[in-house]
Design a protein around this ligand. Structure first.
Ligand code: ATP
Length: 372
């Protein structure tokens, strides 16, 4: 249904082929109205092509695009209630910031633009900069002008194609929060393309992780991170410490697995692999979920935890935490991040340790998939 904010964006069986090459395989995707939605993936995975098909800049090879209950599949871009912000801000260098933002209104013949432009400059916190030229602004400010210029025509959907790609890391982080604030304030749907998983997770309510022209997994950032369904998603969103294990049996709602002579427990609900006895499962755990205890103190570890033994191969102090690399029989380079609360508790290379973590922080993946 179409509502004030345009309704959901719905892609149904949308695909794109270039000759014999398929850039986007038939895709069904719903972007909820008013959400901040990220298309995340490595270069060449088809995320920009998908965005351009929503914008009308690319004709789909199959499928339909709906904005609310209006089918827009074959409408030209200017007839869609959509606007796009690109990485290159493409501001008019000879016009000041006010006139850059006013441009869309003037082109539509609207005479009294002052209030609308001022409100929009206020929204992006550039009220003081109205009479400057683009080259007198920082990259982040220029990007905010580009956003204001795209929003002034009241699109129902704002598409953002790597808009922060040209900014340095610090500015990028600031702009992520800024864009999130603007989206919350205007309440329309934002669809944001990025290859940066931290950026997608910081900004978006829902993330679609794309790989080789397909959406591998769709979900809230924390769900994707904590419960990935494929090795690609597990590894793209961070370190996953994959252990090859074999299903030993069941214990209530848990799967019991054998790995390197020990046992690991995995809640059935956190396993996307088949779990027939004897079958292989890749067991993963994020580095910050693991505790380290010196092997001499192993008796103090509470029961009910997954545990494996290893030896510290390397440790890097990075201020807020120490990052350890640990050799173990089940995973050659286990990564563990420990908060630096007690300086004396830091472990040194060569130390024999027990790595232990809660089964609730364990996920299981299909070992038949390739490990990226
Ligand atoms: P990037 O972040 O590098 O832009 P992406 O994930 O956005 O990557 P797309 O730009 O959607 O990827 O491109 C997906 C694939 O389609 C790539 O392999 C690309 O080379 C190919 N492709 C895109 N446009 C064309 C075109 N006009 N003709 C032929 N191949 C194309």
């Amino acid at each position: 249904m179409t509502t004030d904010n345009g309704g959901d964006v719905r892609l149904s069986g949308i695909s794109k082929t270039y000759g014999s090459f398929t850039a986007v395989h038939p895709l069904d995707l719903t972007v909820p109205e008013g959400s901040f939605f990220a298309l995340l993936g490595a270069s060449g995975c088809g995320k920009t092509t998908t965005l351009r098909m929503i914008a009308g800049l690319e004709e789909p090879s199959s499928g339909t695009v709906f904005l609310g209950d209006q089918e827009v599949t074959h409408l030209p871009p200017y007839k869609r209630p959509v606007n796009t912000v690109f990485q290159s801000y493409a501001l008019f260098p000879h016009l000041d910031i006010f006139e850059n933002v006013a441009f869309g209104l003037r082109r539509r013949g609207i005479k009294s633009v002052k209030k609308q432009v001022e409100d929009m400059l206020e929204l992006v916190q550039l009220g003081e900069q109205a009479r400057k030229k683009p080259h007198q602004l920082s990259g982040g400010q220029q990007q905010r002008v580009a956003v204001a210029r795209a929003l002034i025509n009241h699109p129902k959907v704002l598409l953002l194609d790597e808009p922060l790609g040209a900014l340095d890391l610090k500015l990028r982080r600031q702009m992520q929060l800024e864009l999130k604030r603007i989206q919350t304030e205007v309440g329309i749907t934002f669809v944001h393309v990025t290859h940066d998983q931290e950026e997608a997770m910081t900004m978006a309510d829902t993330v679609a992780v794309m790989n080789a022209g397909r959406v591998e997994q769709l979900g809230a950032p924390a769900d994707l991170y904590e419960n990935p369904q494929t090795t690609f998603v597990a590894n793209f969103l961070g370190t996953s410490n994959l252990i090859e294990a074999a299903v030993d049996g069941k214990d209530g709602d848990d799967i019991v697995l054998a790995a390197g002579g020990g046992k690991l427990v995995l809640p059935q609900a956190r396993c996307s692999a088949p779990t027939t006895t004897g079958g292989k499962v890749l067991v993963g755990v994020r580095p910050e979920k693991i505790s380290l205890t010196h092997i001499d103190d192993a008796g103090e570890i509470p029961g009910g935890r997954n545990r494996i033994t290893g030896r510290i191969a390397d440790s890097s102090f990075i201020g807020v935490s120490t990052q350890y690399v640990i050799d173990s029989a089940v995973c050659p380079e286990f990564e563990v991040y420990s908060q630096n609360i007690d300086r004396d508790a830091r472990l040194t290379p060569g130390a024999e340790v027990v790595l232990h973590w809660s089964p609730a922080h364990t996920f299981g993946l299909d070992a038949a998939q390739d490990i990226d």
